[in-house]
Every structure is written in structure tokens, then in C-alpha cells.
Design a protein around this ligand. Structure first.
Ligand code: HEM
Length: 335
């Protein structure tokens, strides 16, 4: 006992020394005492939090957000995926249409002109269509400038001219968007009834609307709009609504949403926008080069009776039965 009492301080000293030696090693192993390991890395913070955010006393509360990791995802999308999606969609459809045109050629009307012209689209319908079309072309060109301008146009015309053009392009994009929204709204009201599904759609789709029959003999019956046109109509209406809502978010930044919402609006606006451009290129093709007699319907508003019978037989029959067919004198006398 006496001996123990005498060695006690020595034992305590040894244990303390051992503790001092062992503890840092253990702590180091756990990574807690290494000053470098202890420092929280930026990545750890980003993993833990959605944002690195503080407090500010200035009116612009957005300045309190120092880092928002989703911004990097958005930048990755805008600089990486988006130009690819846009390039493949737009170039892809142009190549497909060119091949289609050279292999199949335009859809022709088999019957000769009857000389009787009937009204297909009235003035309000044509006004709405051309308002939307003109606005869409301006929006499409100026919109694609956001995606490709810096890469493709700036090297060609130089930074000064590109800057001037882009300022005007952006202004045009912002203001012309209202004309597009108005046009889509009028088309929606004017044509929604004729674009509801009907009993001709399934057969029309099954036969590809006769588009792939080079002999031009396949003419599945259709009412005022066939299934293909209905797909265009709903693309324009639903795509137009998505573009309008996301566009309004972008026109008035941070008025209705925070930074995450702004990025979401940009994802929607850019993706739907480039896909719509590709689909509308196909529509423009079929309305001009792709189908004989189609352009006149939207140009003068009238079509030849035989054209209407071939492409929209159920529409003609219904009007004839009701006696509501509106004839117009032919611009060119029939042969
Ligand atoms: C230069 C451009 C354009 C041309 C030449 C064109 C031509 C035509 C033609 C000829 C029709 C009537 C087809 C028929 O008689 O059955 C039509 C209808 C229509 N167009 Fe266009 N269009 C153009 C641009 C646009 C744009 C930009 C939009 C919308 C963004 C659009 C939306 C529509 C819709 C919804 C219809 C009714 C459904 C249909 O026929 O597909 N068009 N267009």
C-alpha cells in the first residue's frame, strides 16, 4: 500500500503522457484535429445546403445568396446540352424534310381544278395565323441567337456588330412575344372546336395521312382539320401556353419566383422553344413546298372544291349537307 502510494504520481504521469501521445493520433485518424481536414470545404457546404446564404441589409435580398449550386447545373445545360438539343432538332428536321422532298415529292391533288373556290379560312382566322406566324419567326430567330449567336454569329460579324444586333434582337424578342401570345389566343378560340379528336383521326394516323404514298392516291377522310393538323394545333396551343407562362417569368425577373423558379422557367422556355421551332419548320414545309394547293388556303383564304374533297372530304360533305358552303369566284378561270 505504501509502495502504491509512492508510485501513484509516477503512474499518473505515465498515463497522462501516454494519453497526450495517443489522443492526437486517434483524433488525427478521425480527422478531427487536423486543421486542414477540419476546415469545411466548399463542396461539403454545397452538399449540406441548397445555397450558401447570408443576410444583407440592402434592399436587393438576392445579394444574400453567395452560391447557388443549381446555377452550375443551369449553366451546364445552357452551354452544353441546349445547343446540342437545338442543333439536332433544327438540323435534323431540315435534313429529314429535304430527304422526304427529294424521295417523295409534294403531295399532289389528283383531280383537276373544279373552278369552284370555297372559303376555308375567314379574315380573322388568317389574321390570327399570320400574326402568330410572323411573331413566331421573329421569336425563333432572336431566340436561337441566345443559343447559337455567340458561337456561330459573333465569329462571323465580330463582337461590336454582334453586340448591337443582340441588343435589338433581345428587345424584339421581349416585345414581339405579346403579338405571339395574342395570336395563339385567337387561334385557340377560333379553332379549338375543329381540333377536338374525331372518328377520322385513328384511320388518318394509321395511313399516315397518305403522306407516304407517292402515287397520291391515299386520301383518308378528314373533317376541317386532319389528325396531323390537330397535332400541330395542340403543339402550338400547349407549347404556346408553356412558352407564354415561362416567358412572362423571364420578362419580369424575380417578380413571381426565386432563383430556382427563374432557372426552371429558362429550362422550360429554351427546351420547348427549340422543339417548337423544329415542329413549325415541318409545318411550314407542308404548308408550302410539301403540298400542292395548301398555301392558298391561308394565303387567299379559299381552296378549290376538288382540293377540299381530296384532303378534307368529311368537312366538305358536312357543309354541303348543311348548305353552309361559302363559294368565292375563282382567281384564275378553270381550264
Ligand atoms: C411562313 C410560315 C407559315 C406558313 C407558310 C404556314 C402555312 C399554313 C397553311 C397553308 C395552313 C392551312 C392548312 C390547311 O389549309 O389545312 C396553316 C395552318 C396552321 N398554321 Fe401555319 N404557316 C406558317 C407558320 C405558322 C406558325 C409559325 C404557326 C404557329 C406557331 C402556325 C400555326 C398554324 C396552325 C395552328 C394551323 C392550323 C392547323 C394546321 O393546319 O396545321 N403556322 N399554316
Amino acid at each position: 500500500m505504501h509502495v502504491l502510494k509512492r508510485v501513484q504520481p509516477v503512474l499518473i504521469a505515465i498515463l497522462m503522457a501516454a494519453g497526450l501521445l495517443v489522443a492526437p493520433a486517434a483524433a488525427q485518424q478521425a480527422g478531427s484535429s487536423n486543421p486542414t481536414a477540419q476546415a469545411v470545404s466548399e463542396q461539403q457546404l454545397l452538399d449540406e445546403l441548397n445555397k450558401i446564404q447570408g443576410r444583407v441589409t440592402i434592399p436587393d435580398r438576392k445579394a444574400a445568396t453567395l452560391q447557388q449550386p443549381q446555377g452550375r447545373d443551369y449553366r451546364g445545360f445552357h452551354e452544353g446540352a441546349l445547343p446540342w438539343i437545338a442543333g439536332i432538332a433544327v438540323l435534323g428536321i431540315l435534313i429529314v424534310l429535304a430527304i422526304f422532298y427529294f424521295i417523295r415529292g409534294p403531295v399532289r391533288t389528283l383531280a383537276r381544278e373544279s373552278g369552284v373556290r370555297i372559303l376555308r379560312f375567314n379574315t380573322i382566322e388568317r389574321f390570327a395565323h399570320w400574326l402568330t406566324a410572323t411573331a413566331f419567326i421573329v421569336l425563333g430567330i432572336t431566340g436561337l441567337n441566345f443559343v447559337f449567336g455567340k458561337r456561330l454569329l459573333m465569329p462571323l460579324i465580330g463582337p461590336d456588330a454582334f453586340s448591337t444586333w443582340s441588343i435589338w434582337a433581345k428587345l424584339a424578342h421581349d416585345f414581339v412575344s405579346w403579338a405571339f401570345m395574342l395570336g395563339v389566343l385567337i387561334m385557340l378560340v377560333a379553332w379549338i372546336w375543329d381540333n377536338l379528336p374525331d372518328r377520322y383521326d385513328a384511320h388518318w394516323l394509321k395511313t399516315g395521312g397518305g403522306l407516304f404514298d407517292k402515287s397520291n392516291r391515299t386520301h383518308p377522310p378528314a373533317a376541317r382539320f386532319n389528325a396531323g393538323q390537330k397535332l400541330i394545333f395542340w403543339t402550338v396551343v400547349l407549347g404556346g401556353i408553356a412558352m407564354s407562362i415561362s416567358g412572362i417569368f423571364l420578362l419580369f425577373p424575380f417578380s413571381y419566383t426565386d432563383i430556382n423558379g427563374m432557372q426552371m422557367a429558362q429550362y422550360v422556355h429554351a427546351t420547348v422553344g427549340v422543339l417548337m421551332v423544329a415542329i413549325i419548320i415541318a409545318h411550314i414545309y407542308i404548308g408550302t413546298l410539301g403540298m400542292e394547293g395548301a398555301y392558298e388556303a391561308m394565303g387567299s383564304g379559299t381552296v378549290d372544291l376538288n382540293w377540299a374533297k381530296e384532303h378534307h372530304s368529311a368537312w366538305v360533305e358536312r357543309q354541303q349537307a348543311k348548305g353552309t358552303i361559302v363559294t368565292r369566284s375563282a382567281p384564275h378561270p378553270a381550264e
